[in-house]
Ligand binder design. Sequence first.
Ligand SMILES: *Cc1c(COP(=O)(O)O)cnc(C)c1O
Length: 238
Amino acid sequence: MTDLVLSDSLTAARHRLAAALADAGRAPGAARLLAVSKTKPAALIREAWQLGQREFGENYVQEALDKQAELADLDDIVWHFIGPLQSNKSRDVAARFAWVHSVDREKIARRLNDQRPPGLAPLNVCLQVNISGEASKAGVRLEELPALAEAVRAMPRLALRGLMAIPAPADTPAAQRAPFARLREALEALRARFPDADLDTLSMGMSGDLEAAVQEGATLVRLGTAIFGERRRPQTND
Ligand SMILES: *Cc1c(COP(=O)(O)O)cnc(C)c1O
């Protein structure tokens, strides 16, 4: 890959999202960009912030804490945790993030609720759904989603905001849309079940399938490669 010019790639990503919304007949601004900055240096996040980006997604707790410390002067930055969440890291996530997209079991939700510092607003939570069945291991199964949602709703330090999924890769636009449609329907079912909840978030769509996700109602698209370029470093779990 040639050297990344962040202002170009971020502008292109914004135009791509705007075009996808227009194609889908949705209002401009009906979905926003989450810039997925895992493996990328704090300096690049700062540059994106200077270009007006405010919401960033991170996957690895220690890496995120290091970058947050470097960027502590950016007081309106909004950190989303989108990676697999282990119990022993929940305290840092509860204290250092505004959002978590990867809650898929009651035990981890309970820990986040108990560990959310009293001085902070409730932690915004999306439940991660295993929307493609066997293909991916992370995420609650659709059959178990209502019970998990019910449990999280009862936790006062968590604000249940919606659903997140990472579908199995698919080749055609139609095949890409099917799992996103299932996630949208699952959110609609939760809204009917909990009419007074603020269930406004469908976290779906990445660099390879943004358009399909926007067609199906995504409100937050998680773009890494399209904004920051290819990730070279192998991904580790921490
Ligand atoms: C890495 C990652 C992304 C971004 O993926 P790209 O294909 O680089 O846009 C989005 N969501 C999650 C959960 C990720 O781990």
